[in-house]
Design a protein around this ligand. Sequence first.
Ligand code: ADP
Ligand code: MG
Length: 699
Amino acid sequence: MAVLLQKPIDYLKGVGPNRAQLLKKELGIHTLQDLLYFFPNRYIDRSQHFTPSNVQNTNAEVQVVGSITHLETVKQQRGSRLVATFSDGQSHIELVWFRGHQWIQKSLQLHTPYVAFGRLSWFGKKCSIAHPELELMEDHEQRKGNFQPVYPSTEALLKSGITQRVMRQVMVHLFEEINAGIQEVLPPQLLKQYQLIGKTLALTTLHFPKSQEALSRAQYRMKFEELFFVQLQLGLKKIHRKQQLKGIPFEIVGAYFNDFFYKHLPFPLTEAQKRVVREIRADLKSEAQMNRLLQGDVGSGKTIVAVLCMLIALDNGMQATIVAPTEILAQQHFANISSLLNPLKINVGLLTGSVKKSVRTPLLEELANGKMHILIGTHAVFEQPVNFHKLGLAIIDEQHRFGVAQRAKLWRKNSVPPNVLVMTATPIPRTLAMTAYGDLDLSVIDELPPGRKPITTLHRFDSKRLAIFQFIKEEIAKGHQIYIVYPLIQESSVLDYKDLMDGYESIVREFPLPNFQVSIVHGKMNAEDKAYEMERFASGKTQIMVATTVIEVGVNIPNASVMIIESAERFGLSQLHQLRGRVGRGANKSYCILMTGNKLSPDAQTRIQTMVRTQDGFELAEVDLALRGPGDLMGTQQSGLIPFLIANLKKDGELLKTVRHAVDNILLHDINLMQQENTVLREALALTQQGKSIWKYIG
Ligand code: ADP
Ligand code: MG
């Protein structure tokens, strides 16, 4: 069977070499199998019929019942058109063809009831349908099923005469050809448990639906299957990694950890932080390599968890590293972690792109000979000349800013792959996390440190700027600090820089020396200047920080109490949430003010309203998913997301949960899919390969 499905479409009746060429080029359909899984993107309800007397003055696609009473060829400037009078005895509409006259003329029967299907056009009171699909009433009545599939198409296909009608005909030939040879790939007890229809029926129904109900059941079944195999693969991958990939077990918790934990912890941990440390600790102890995602909303306190984990690595004679996506964040981690660990005898180093050679050379040496215990850095850490003596734990902060490939580079920094902890504040909706990070273990900090006051979020139009300036002055008078962030959607955008510099100048005018000090940080400044300005703001020497989104991730300055976001309508939800997370970190009551122009698109309006309404990162993520769709949310390069043919992560979140449950249940009882009933699964998987739609392989 599988062999038959791999046959090229050229060979199928109704296709032929020319059409085959087009279908390959335009739609990527090469084999019978590709065709089988080429699903309609919508269906037209053909249960409704009109007559020329009662068609409505719309441009809808409709079915009209009537007979052709007159046919004539009308000369035009170029060529001619064929016009049929289509009548129900009282009124008539026109059916029009601009090409293929001869053939059409020959095949049409006058004074015989037809059903014409097509889009209505109106010229005053005159109604016509161009290039209608015509079906004899007799045939129409015999044809079962009112739902007609509509396949995705392209201009080129239509121009070459590969119409919907042709596609449907090709599908008929396809099903004749493969003739009930579709193999079931889900075990019978699973079909029963989840009330899924068989695969043959499901596929047949998708291409030839008889009713909306049948169609829904077919869609459900195929979505289930698609999600099921993705989850099954991820589940198996995780299990096998644990069985095979021997990691570095951290057997003891020793002096470093205990000393710090009992004597130098700057605050008591939240229950969530404690739980997460325990989860990671258990994972580190095991033989298998750790690959864990630590998810926690902005400000939930991931850094201290990272520090504790690194101390466990040190206790076991290993080195640890933490990699951050921006230089500013790396520097901040370095300052923060160095001071936290100051009482312990630990060497902490900083490596970024701008570290000078005179500092870098001895640093690399100490890393290689093991004198340096902890390395904090940016992408530079991934690079070739960076060699560790014994890297036991690699932590990636703000994981969403890195690619999968970069994570893999860290694996190679030690002969045995180090344990890996990736941290993210991007609250990925759970449905998406299940798919995108399905092969990672997940720990979640779902609690903020105590004493955090909710951040008041306000939306203000640009016209209210003077009131905002007044508010800033009051806050500064209380000794608080202010961020003002400008959009810099593209690093290279000249206009964005102009906005930023104009904004900066107007702030400096409004908040003049010597009473006020204003800092500025943006991507075009060199690292040293950036660090200098950040330091001035962090130490309270300046009261206002004008910045671009370079401060979006991770920056922690607890005395800042106001975040003003200019042109907030231009930011995405997760960015807005990240930016807002820069305030509300200290004891002060904090504010986030979203400045926008007067005209907002519906999506922008939703984003702003959502920000004002909630501070819950997971809720925001769900809205974001609904607005943008999963591919975009994850960023394609790093998501590793498989393009789904029929399932839709945006809409099928509930189903995904059900499927995940089904997969877990199967793997719980039969890790290697060795039981008789799971043979079909093993066989189906043998045909698949990660990273491609599962149906490229399963026949
Ligand atoms: P994020 O999860 O966004 O990386 P951080 O680790 O930067 O958060 O922590 C945010 C702030 O909260 C820091 O100032 C940190 O010192 C503080 N913090 C973290 N955990 C606690 C806690 N358990 N109690 C009080 N403050 C905490
Ligand atoms: Mg952080």
